[in-house]
Ligand binder design. Sequence first.
Ligand code: FAD
Length: 461
Amino acid sequence: MTNSTPARDDSLRERLRGSVRGELVEPGDPDYDEARKVYNALHDKRPAIVVRAVDAGDVMATVGFARERGLTLAVRGGSHSVSGYGTCDDGVVLDLGRMRGIRVDPGTRTARVEGGCTWADVNHATHAFGLATTGGIVSTTGVGGLTTGGGMGYLARRCGLVCDNLTSVDLVTADGSFLTCTDEQNSDLMWAVRGGGGNFGVVTSFVYRLHPIADILGGPTFFPLDGDVIRRYRELIAEGDERLGALLIVGLGTPVPFLPERWHGRPLCGVIACWTGPKDEDDRVRDRVAALGPVLGRMVERLPYPMINTLFDDLVPAGLFQYWKGAFTEGLPDGAIDAFIEYGATTPSIQSVTAVFPIDGACHRVGPEDTAFSYRDADYSIALSPALTTREECEAQKAWVGAYHRALEPYSMAGAYVNFVDSDDQDRVQANYRGNLARLTEVKRHYDPGNLFRLNHNIAP
Ligand code: FAD
């Protein structure tokens, strides 16, 4: 151990060995550097131990161990937390990445999904039965963080947020208890994990409601970066056809074969369609999207649903340096569109995207107090997500994303989606949870009075 290495307790592995079946990785082990890595390279932390849990028993043992010894505990599902909450210095990382089992029940149209699954795992397993549920738009993102934060994706307008499709969780709480939560049983916890983040415990398995969605019409249509295109997109969403998931993106042209080379690396906007309606309306939908403006390039085809959620996978691999901000808007005000045009023109890299998720339709049919996710009056959730190849470039772009966010602020609601904001937004917890914060605090106080689960958008007990 060098002088600059923080002191660690050499007995951690020995102490855990008897109660944990999964692998234990400590500094000095050959795969320590791999085990400590998270998706966002900005967070280069050195935990004292990484526990690669294989079952709920491992989770209970690790939670109890960290609590009793007063160690910092980071819980990692898919490791995509932009704020780097899936790792920590000197503490314990509970990595659920080996817990990837899924059981689909086609009879009840539900899937039980272990806490370390990614959306690729879920989409593949459910597609085999012609079923799907709302999930993230990048297949490598974990179900754990995304679901507990609320969860948005292409199917949200038709099927609701991810947390709206959650019918049950198995949860390990701070005192090491294993609780099954439903709307009838431990219903306070069930309510809280639908949007309250990782504050209440470790979800070892999620049960999701599934929908008969197998193949879709989907893919991107690119347009010049122009306010009129975005205003026409706003009209398209206002038509209210919930079968059309349509993500607006603003960024730089990616080098894909269906976009002419002269547009590669140049500012543009695009609509990623995901039409879940009947096939005989495909042409109408394709034309409707193309009517938003002069089409620079498009690839809108019949696809298996899992495929639409892989379109961005290669663009944003693990190892980039990312720093995000988020906003909710009611409608899509002209001022927000002006900000997209101004800041979109100076998007810092091809991997950096402004993503605008419509969250109307089924998301609005759930009341603001029915789940911890309160922004049921928001029509759009915006992610400003710069991703750069070096730490220095990323640090330099913090000013850009800060200015962009400030430009959006007059047209945004007070809070933002907790999964689209960074750790320096902790002071916005009240705004992010609004009227639900008092009840969330009560639940937190009851189940985690010592704030063991604090590496998240923290609801302080
Ligand atoms: P992790 O880093 O593993 O965990 C993040 C947080 O979640 C931690 O605080 C952890 O404690 C908690 N957590 C994780 N697993 C569990 C569990 N099993 N039980 C309890 N707590 C847990 N969000 C969307 O809604 N829709 C999108 O389409 C979307 N796309 C994204 C694309 C990319 C490339 C990235 C980087 C992020 C995206 N996000 C999206 C944001 C995403 O929801 C968050 O980054 C989320 O935290 C990722 O979850 P994870 O399990 O991968 O993260």
